[in-house]
Design a protein around this ligand. Structure first.
Ligand SMILES: *[C@@H]1O[C@H](CO)[C@@H](O)[C@H](O)[C@H]1NC(C)=O
Length: 423
């Protein structure tokens, strides 16, 4: 069969078009690395040496929780608590109680925040941040944009008032989140020796603080029992939880002779691919990370490090070339590839909000109660949900056909009725 000339002509033309498009794509892929001076990442071209920014041997904090603050007092409690004899004596003697050292801190909650986020910080103080005697809250900020060399007067006033701000000597900017995390580790390692666990989280999160404090010894016991690098934090496994209970008392107890092993708990991303599109929030150019697959890492929205993990992470991170994605860098490259610390998946840490946004009339606290950490909360939404969550009686209110149905539709994670980790 003969082709008409016009037809083959069109073919040739479209062939040429395809070729041209292909060439354009190729050149785009090529230039991905060479010309991409993405605004904010330039300082990594100059140096990826964390020590240069973090200055591990110097004290770099511009503002810290003052000695009398709740955080500082708990942080500097001796790692070993007073013996039982002393405790019973204290109970009857107010003066002795005043002089007695504070008990060691179970959980230090370090919340990355930006200088302007006063409102979010206040909402956190009034909700989950002040919820447990076993946990202390500190917000971590950088300096304002260049040329600011010190915190703004609003930040100073807030620090004075609440004593829970750590302001470090670097520019607070999106691509500096890794530096923020390293400064946070530096402070926890140097200034908070009594903290058995450190939570790193953000200022748009909702955290079940009491539930988390209670869950930690369970998870440590389960991880010790061979569950490390597996999936924990489900609720179905009541038998394992019971088994763990005996060991748990010792495992997460800072008074116990044996410290918990190095562990990182959180929502683990497996085999994720780096974003190569310069417009993405999570852009990772090839010149910073050439591999095609990311190491397994724990979502930076919220993760908990045991004390030994914290110390190893900090010292090895200082000798690892910086990446702009703090979670990939710290929990993936440093914690995983370099240190092999078990990253334990906790399905109740959820790096998103609800699956669908429920209409106002159906937005019930049951939809959230089974999670320990959730993302994308405004100050307003935090405050709105908090009291209903604390008042909630899950066994009575959440275990109904209607709630299970709504839970399937809207809830983060898989809907479960949780009765033993109250908010
Ligand atoms: C990150 O902080 C360092 C140290 O303050 C600074 O040199 C760099 O410009 C900052 N990066 C951004 C994107 O602001």
């Amino acid at each position: 069969m003969r082709r008409t000339p016009s037809r083959s002509c069109r073919r040739a033309l479209s062939g040429a078009g395809l070729l041209l498009a292909g060439l354009l794509l190729l050149s785009a892929a090529w230039s991905d690395d060479e010309s991409s001076a993405v605004k904010g990442m330039e300082f990594l071209r100059e140096s990826r040496d964390a020590r240069r920014y973090v200055r591990p041997l110097t004290s770099t904090a511009l503002l810290t929780p003052p000695p009398g603050s709740a955080a500082a007092a708990a942080c500097n409690a001796p790692p070993m608590g007073p013996g039982p004899g002393v405790a019973s004596f204290e109970a009857n003697d107010p003066l002795a109680a005043q002089l007695a050292p504070a008990p060691p801190l179970r959980l230090l909650m370090l919340v990355t925040s930006a200088p302007a986020h006063h409102e979010r910080r206040q909402a956190i103080r009034e909700t989950w941040g002040g919820r447990s005697e076993d946990a202390r809250l500190v917000f971590v900020l950088g300096r304002g944009p260049e040329p600011a060399t010190e915190p703004s007067s609003a930040v100073m006033a807030e620090a004075q008032r609440h004593g829970d701000l750590l302001v470090e000597d670097f520019t607070d900017a999106y691509y500096n989140l890794t530096l923020k995390t390293l400064f946070l580790l530096k402070w926890a390692v140097r200034e908070c020796p009594s903290a058995a666990f450190v939570l790193k989280t953000d200022d748009d999160m909702l955290i079940n603080t009491r539930g988390l404090v209670r869950a930690l010894p369970r998870w440590v016991a389960q991880a010790r029992g061979g569950g490390a690098n597996g999936r924990l934090g489900g609720l179905g496994d009541a038998a394992a939880a019971e088994d763990a209970a005996a060991a748990a008392a010792a495992a997460g107890d800072p008074d116990a002779p044996e410290p918990p092993p190095p562990l990182i708990f959180g929502f683990v991303h497996h085999h994720a691919l780096p974003y190569r599109d310069a417009k993405s929030k999570w852009y990772l150019p090839r010149w910073l990370f050439p591999d095609d697959v990311l190491p397994d890492f724990v979502s930076g929205t919220a993760y908990v490090m045991s004390r030994p993990a914290l110390e190893h992470l900090y010292s090895v991170a200082l000798n690892t070339p910086l990446l702009p994605l703090e979670d990939v860098f710290l929990t993936g490259v440093v914690g995983g590839s370099r240190l092999g610390i078990p990253r334990v998946h906790i399905s109740r840490f959820w790096p998103h909000n609800t699956v669908l946004k429920p209409p106002k009339t159906m937005d019930h606290p049951c939809l959230y109660h089974h999670m320990l950490a959730m993302h994308h909360f405004t100050a307003e939404k935090l405050r709105h949900l908090w009291n209903p969550l604390m008042r909630l009686q899950p066994a009575r209110q959440c275990d109904t056909y209607l709630m299970r149905f709504l839970g399937r539709l809207f809830s983060p994670g898989s809907y479960q009725v949780v009765t033993d980790d109250p908010w």
